[in-house]
Design a protein around this ligand. Structure first.
Ligand code: ZN
Length: 435
């Protein structure tokens, strides 16, 4: 397909890309549809999964009411861990196995939705835990067949997990963040209710929206599918297939929405319409990165969140230090896009323009700086930390951060240019502070 020179054929590269969608119902109040969708999917006895904090909030109550009104037998599981681990995945699996459910509903952020995907998988196809986990850490075995129906209800405008076949967790014994990736994990139905964002604290909206922004930027600038080695068999084409014309559509629209609404949606508490737009951008970017895959800012983020010492932002639980996912991603982003711009400068410039940068007179050599400058301006306007230094790291941590993220091959190899270990250390060094 010669629709764009970025996708020009290459020797040994894949010759086709997959178009995979998610099934989404989007609209304020849509959580009240959960019962009808569940009944239509044939669910009678349902596991309702969430975390301890959300369990007491109106969103979970609304979903539960709807499921009960539809005549379903509902059992609540509120033990999901924020930033899940293999242990918390296993605990949810035990609950799912013992409960004998014929379907699942998850209400929460990425941690809840991902945990529900894993519980559905391991209770449906029991196996040693590492069997389906990404190689080389796990066995990378394909999921044997379809899972039980899963209705995912995101409560933040960030992860896009409701649209993807990815479940991320910390493998405790190796202190590594890894995941399970299979199109079979994609929820059967997503119910995206933008009203969930109305009461979110400012920092939570900022972190979520920057996660969306990076999903869209990384998918748009990822290695093109035509430069990724062709799979041995077409049915083995990876879910993270690289940038492609289908994911481009969602990225472009998401970036334009973010350019117009993000700062307002974060800093103005009553900017309901802007926040609802951010939820739509999250959905679009979720579909896009679920098909294209992210690259280095996400690959680097896992070490930034995993090695946290004492950072505790407002709006998050005060019981343990945390670098929220979106913050751990965006602190790397300007540094990465300065580095990747020479691989596809026109894409970096286009993206900067969609986000609101003035690109008049900018040439290819300026692309990385223009995009990085626009991201930095948005970071400053929304009050997020100034680089990895802003979340507690110094030059002394660069070796550990590099060791922690270099093995993230699924993500690092999806960048538009190769990243050596020295390159990666340099990327962290350039991410220490931006202003
Ligand atoms: Zn993310």
């Amino acid at each position: 397909m010669a629709c764009c020179h970025y996708f020009a054929p290459s020797d040994g590269g894949d010759e086709a890309f997959a178009v995979e969608g998610a099934t989404v119902a989007f609209g304020a109040g849509v959580l009240a549809e959960a019962g009808d969708h569940a009944a239509a999917l044939g669910i009678r006895r349902v596991a309702l999964m969430t975390d301890k904090v959300l369990a007491g909030l109106p969103q979970v109550a609304a979903v539960r009411r709807s499921l009960t009104a539809a005549g379903l037998d509902v059992v609540l599981y509120d033990e999901v861990r924020v930033e899940p681990t293999d242990e918390s995945f296993k605990a949810a699996t035990r609950f799912a196995t013992e409960g004998n459910f014929d379907g699942f509903v998850s209400v929460g952020g990425g941690s809840v939705i991902d945990t529900c995907k894993a519980a559905n998988l391991y209770s449906t196809y029991p196996a040693d835990f590492l069997t389906y986990v990404n190689a080389p850490i796990g066995g990378g075995q394909p999921v044997p067949g379809p899972l039980k129906p899963h209705i995912a209800c995101p409560t933040t405008c960030g992860t896009g997990s409701e649209c993807t076949g990815i479940a991320i967790f910390d493998l405790l014994e190796m202190q590594a963040k890894t995941g399970i990736v299979s199109r079979r994990l994609r929820p059967t139905q997503a119910l995206v209710d933008p009203a969930c964002t109305d009461t979110l604290p400012k920092n939570v909206v900022a972190a979520s929206a920057f996660d969306v922004l990076s999903h869209a930027l990384e998918s748009y600038t990822a290695l093109p599918y035509s430069k990724r080695a062709a799979p041995k068999r077409p049915s083995q084409r990876p879910l993270s297939q690289g940038a492609n014309p289908w994911s481009d559509l969602g990225c472009r629209e998401a970036l334009q929405i973010l350019g117009g609404n993000m700062v307002k949606g974060v800093i103005e508490k009553d900017a309901t319409d802007a926040r609802h737009q951010l939820m739509w951008a999250a959905t679009l970017a979720g579909i896009a990165f679920g098909n294209a895959g992210c690259h280095a800012p996400h690959g680097m983020s896992y070490a930034v969140s995993g090695l946290v010492r004492n950072f505790q932002p407002d709006g998050y639980p005060a019981d343990a230090p945390i670098v929220p996912h979106g913050m751990s991603v965006i602190v790397n982003a300007p540094s990465v896009f300065r580095f990747t711009a020479p691989a596809c400068p026109d894409r970096h410039l286009q993206a900067a323009g969609w986000l609101g940068a003035d690109t008049r007179g900018a040439g290819e050599a300026d692309a990385g700086e223009v995009l990085a400058g626009q991201i930095i301006a948005m970071m400053r306007a929304t009050g997020v930390p100034n680089g990895i230094g802003g979340v507690g790291y110094s030059v002394d941590d660069i070796a550990a951060l590099t060791e922690g993220s270099f093995p993230q091959r699924r993500l690092m190899d999806n960048a538009p240019r190769p990243i050596s270990k020295d390159d990666l250390a340099g990327l962290y060094r350039s991410a220490l502070a931006y202003w």
